[in-house]
Design a protein around this ligand. Structure first.
Ligand code: KG4
Ligand code: ZN
Length: 348
């Protein structure tokens, strides 16, 4: 029997197996990550971050990211097995992020995972990175009941999805920049290092902003966002001050931007719940590591009797545990194995 047909049978058996042991690989951007899970339980979750390297350039340099992934991946897989006290023989499935992300970076993980799956004669599961972020919550809260509203906010996506028994419907999304992208760009404009999100949060801490940025799409119905609109206001404010020789108050700008960026996320999410009669929110993505967003979302949900599920901060930013959790759900739902022709899909 050929490799693919064997994997189809194997996945069929695993669908009802007591324990599925997954090795998951994530290399879509600037973190090489490997995790091992037994069902949804995370046994090890390793991340080799490239942040210090890219910091020097003020952002992710794709070519360097790919090279760093290639350097790190094999050692990280071996370290994960060692830490878990397992060998390759214990692995049931190989899961990998195949998109969205940087093409060269994704290719490192995809090529490695294909070779590993084939060498082990085990099924390969191709995971959509964004779906991984959504699955992060299921690691700690496996039984989030439908219907719920899912808020996804990362460096590449800003979306509100209504999840019901009938399926998933994107009811709001950014029309231009993702919220994380806006955090990163605003940080750059006020002279803060990459990655900008955590730096803005730090700079804004304890400051009550006096600058008022206006809300993009304020009078429009629906749940869309425009973060480019907000970013442009910040840039204009900063440039205007600089031209007049006025010192820019970094903390004040960071706090005012953060307040509006977060208020847009929180308000649209709550409105989506109220309009749909839904009383559960599941949030995820790198920007959900932001303490101010976590507090504001928690307050707004509590005020309306909405139950909020938020992953730990560590599981909000890129990691392989969430990729493993998504792959596990796919196996239980009867997914097909990926073929060895699997390609990276940067714009998935
Ligand atoms: O989910 P993620 O790790 O990668 C993508 O899939 O994009 O998200 C990265 C984004 C970056 O834009 C980063 O600045 C932002 O998440 N981020 C934050 C915080 N931590 C990470 N934004 C605001 N506050 C934070 N604490
Ligand atoms: Zn991500």
């Amino acid at each position: 029997m050929n490799y693919y047909d064997k994997c189809v049978l194997e996945l069929d058996n695993l669908r009802n197996a007591d324990v599925v042991t997954t090795i998951a690989i994530e290399s879509s951007c600037d973190e090489t990550a490997v995790a091992i899970l037994k069902n949804r339980e995370v046994v090890v979750d390793l991340i080799s971050s490239q942040i210090e390297t890219h910091k020097k350039f003020g952002g992710v340099v794709p070519e360097i990211a790919s090279r760093k992934h290639a350097e790190a991946i094999d050692n990280l897989v071996k370290a994960a097995l060692a830490e878990a006290g397992l060998t390759f023989a214990d692995i049931d499935i190989v899961a990998v992020t195949y998109g969205a992300g940087l093409l060269g970076a994704l290719l490192v993980g995809v090529s490695y995972a294909k070779a590993l799956a084939y060498a082990l004669d085990k099924p390969l599961i191709a995971v959509d990175h964004v779906r991984g972020h959504i699955a992060a919550n299921t690691i700690i809260h496996p039984d989030i009941a439908k219907p719920y509203v899912s808020l996804l906010c990362s460096g590449g996506h800003t979306e509100i999805v209504r999840v019901t028994e009938q399926g998933e419907e994107t009811i709001g999304k950014t029309r231009d920049d993702a919220v994380g992208e806006a955090f990163d760009k605003v940080a750059r404009v006020i002279g803060l290092p990459y990655p900008g999100g955590p730096e803005i949060e730090k700079a804004a801490k304890g400051i009550v902003p006096t600058i008022e940025f206006s809300r993009p799409l304020k009078d429009e119905p629906g749940y869309d966002f425009s973060y480019s609109g907000l970013k442009t206001q910040v840039i204009n404010y900063v440039r205007n001050r600089e031209q007049k020789g006025i010192v820019v108050d970094r903390g004040g700008v960071a706090a005012a931007f953060q307040r509006m960026a977060v208020s847009m996320l929180v308000d649209n999410t709550i409105r989506a719940c109220v309009d749909s009669g839904i009383s559960t929110v599941s949030a995820g993505g790198g920007v959900c590591a932001n303490g101010y967003l976590r507090e504001e979302l928690a307050k707004a949900c509590a005020a309306r009797g909405i139950t909020l599920y938020l992953p730990d901060k560590r599981l909000c930013t890129d990691n392989a545990a969430m990729i493993g959790a998504r792959a596990y759900a796919m196996v239980r739902e009867g997914a097909s194995p990926a073929s060895l022709a699997l390609d990276a899909e940067p714009n998935l």
